[in-house]
Design a protein around this ligand. Structure first.
Ligand SMILES: *Cc1c(COP(=O)(O)O)cnc(C)c1O
Length: 630
């Protein structure tokens, strides 16, 4: 496996807050020489280069950094080199920067340049040429065009393929994963814009008109002036998937127009549910108590059953330690944030006693697009206050998330939330932490007892943060969307009922927020604090055994299923192996099968209008079966 991406000079932004709670963005520049990266060099020591022609006789070149992620090399293209003019140097300046021309050049570099980088990498290191190509979303989709060009204009003396033959061969070895049902998450360019770049000679052997057809929204409701990267990705890939079962269903409906005449259930988009990398996300203390270090390849899930042997007292202690560490981290971050917002140390003594290591802790952290509804919890502020300040069963909330820099609505949601958390009456029980990132996440997930997620169903394709919480013994409290829709089993957390049938989003928010408050008040908090029962053994102890039964069940059953290991096994079995088999077959013998398959497809397409379905009486049908099928 080899990964390919872009090395951004500034990465994504750093978030801080203004005095009045408005998101501020800064873009600290990264220095590749201070990161665990090495430059790919030719035998003679000069840095390897790839280059793409641009309009007006300009060009876009890039150097190639290599990062080793475990055993997987990751190649990162970097256009910040002296041979580029200033515009070209800034193509890899930052994620989501600039306008659509900038974005298009990033994607040309990633897709077409990415294939050229892989070829350079194989040439220099002797690594075998990749056989299967997997595009995550449309961003890298132009890699298919570059591979078609290689087959139409071979440099090794083999017989050139036609467009249709090359498309058939490329499709057979390509996997496409769609990642979002939110239209704003899909890249679309003006058709004229794409034409302009390809006409500069990016693919001399490939007619631009064919490329434009691949991205055309040539279905009902499509916009003929647009070039859609997801649509191109699906047309270039013989195998495609969504990232959770429900997302597979949604995607089959969403892209049905590309398979006209198919019933929705038969649209060839399957699903592989995402997973997260266990060694990176499980806290060492939780790992020690919950996971058997002995691997069992026959039954990987068995390792997680170790937790059933743990003593409740020990498990409760681990959970408390993780919560306490989070509380200390929150206090430190909150003080730093307030100092940035202009407060003096003398005013900040209160931050030292924010949150309580013995109070039920609910986490909510994610990007802040509208559909994730950061502020649903504020729907009835008085009700939330009561939950936070309940004298017997209080809760505390830790919230974090970055808004896209251009999303005013997201920033307003953050501001509304920050203003609520600034209130001296509740500020010891609810905090907003700026600059959500992986470093924060690694303390946050293990420290939360409950992980909250309330997207507008079904817009969350999968969601992964709840998985990171689950593998640390956190219980999910979530709308039945994404992964939770298929993995919630009634004992591993709670499902927030959805009001999909309500006409307006306002009504939906009202109904779903009310359900959320009700669940916390009557189910989640009482269980955490130990429901009083008639059993004296349970009430006499400080340990909530019923809660811990849910924690154990979560670790043992969700642990193995939310792991990247399970995900990767699914990808290998369902998609990578079949794609490598058909890719090899289609390219063997100088592409014999690709060529004949492509001819067959042509013939069937041309003859299809002549196919008729006639009604036969059963007797005639049976007698004539031979001739009918032939
Ligand atoms: C896991 C994670 C995400 C993604 O979370 P989702 O639930 O998939 O939205 C985003 N940012 C950070 C820092 C994460 O750790």
């Amino acid at each position: 496996m080899v990964g390919v991406g872009l090395l951004y000079q500034a990465g994504y932004f750093k978030q801080s807050l203004s005095q009045d709670g408005w998101q501020q963005e800064t873009y600290p520049v990264l220095d590749p020489d201070e990161m665990p990266l090495t430059l790919l060099r030719e035998q003679d020591g000069t840095p390897a280069r790839i280059s793409l022609p641009l309009p007006n006789s300009r060009s876009l070149s890039a150097q190639i950094w290599r990062a080793d992620v475990g055993r997987v090399p990751l190649l990162l293209l970097d256009s910040n080199i002296p041979e580029n003019d200033e515009h070209a140097r800034n193509v890899t300046d930052r994620l989501y920067g600039g306008g659509s021309d900038h974005r298009l050049q990033q994607e040309l570099l990633l897709g077409m340049g990415g294939i050229r980088a892989l070829r350079a990498y194989s040439r220099i290191t002797g690594a075998p040429a990749p056989e299967v190509f997997h595009c995550n979303e449309g961003h890298a989709g132009f890699l298919g065009i570059e591979r078609i060009q290689e087959l139409m204009n071979p440099q090794d003396g083999s017989e050139p393929m036609t467009w249709n033959e090359a498309l058939t061969a490329v499709r057979s070895a390509t996997v496409f994963t769609t990642h979002t049902p939110v239209p704003a998450g899909i890249d679309r360019f003006d058709r004229a814009q794409v034409e302009y770049f390809f006409n500069a000679g990016l693919t001399p052997a490939v007619p631009t008109s064919h490329i434009l057809e691949l991205g055309a929204e040539s279905y009902e409701g499509g916009d003929p002036s647009k070039f859609n990267m997801a649509v191109m990705g699906l047309r270039l890939a013989q195998r495609a998937n969504g990232v959770a079962k429900l997302h597979g269903v949604v995607s089959r409906g969403m892209f049905q127009g590309l398979w006209s005449g198919f019933d929705t259930e038969e649209v060839p988009i399957t699903s592989v549910t995402n997973g997260v990398h266990t060694p990176s996300w499980i806290d060492p203390a939780m790992r020690a108590i919950a996971v058997d270090p002995q691997e069992n390849d026959q039954d990987p899930a068995s390792r997680w059953r170790k937790i059933y042997q743990a003593d409740d007292k020990d498990l409760w202690q681990v959970r408390r330690d993780l919560r306490e560490r989070l509380v200390h981290d929150v206090r430190r971050r909150l003080r730093a944030s307030w100092k940035k917002r202009g407060a003096a140390d003398a005013e900040l003594a209160w931050t030292d006693s924010v949150l309580d290591p013995d109070v039920l802790t609910i986490g909510f952290a994610r990007r802040v697009p509208t559909y994730k509804r950061l502020t649903l919890m504020l729907r009835d502020p008085e009700r939330l206050k009561k939950l936070l300040l309940d004298p017997d069963n209080p809760i505390q909330l830790v919230v974090a998330g970055k808004s896209h820099p251009a999303d005013e609505m997201g920033k307003r949601m953050i501001q509304d939330l920050v203003r609520f958390t600034d209130d001296p009456e509740v500020r010891h029980r609810i905090v907003f932490l700026p600059n959500y990132d992986i470093a924060m996440a690694r303390v946050l997930f293990p420290g939360c007892d409950v992980w909250l997620n309330n997207p507008l169903r079904p817009l969350e394709a999968c969601g992964t943060s709840g998985m990171k919480a689950a593998m640390n013994g956190g219980l999910n409290l979530s709308v039945l969307d994404g992964w939770w829709d298929e993995m919630y089993d009634g004992q591993n957390g709670w499902a927030i009922p959805t009001a999909d049938n309500k006409a307006s989003t306002d009504e939906r928010d009202d109904v779903e927020a009310a359900a959320l408050y009700e669940l916390i008040e009557n189910h989640v908090a009482p269980r955490f604090y130990g429901e009083s029962t008639d059993d004296p053994e349970i009430t006499s102890e400080e340990i909530p055994h019923q809660w811990l039964a849910m924690v154990k069940h979560t670790l043992a059953t969700l642990g193995p299923n939310v792991s990247a290991r399970r995900m990767l096994t699914d990808y290998v079995q369902k998609l990578y192996v079949p794609a490598s088999v058909s890719g090899r077959r289609s390219l063997a013998d100088n592409g014999k099968v690709a060529r004949s398959t492509s001819r067959w497809i042509e013939r069937v397409r041309q003859a299809w209008p002549q196919v008729h379905v006639n009604m036969w009486t059963p007797r005639v049908c049976c007698k004539n079966r031979r001739s009918v099928t032939s």
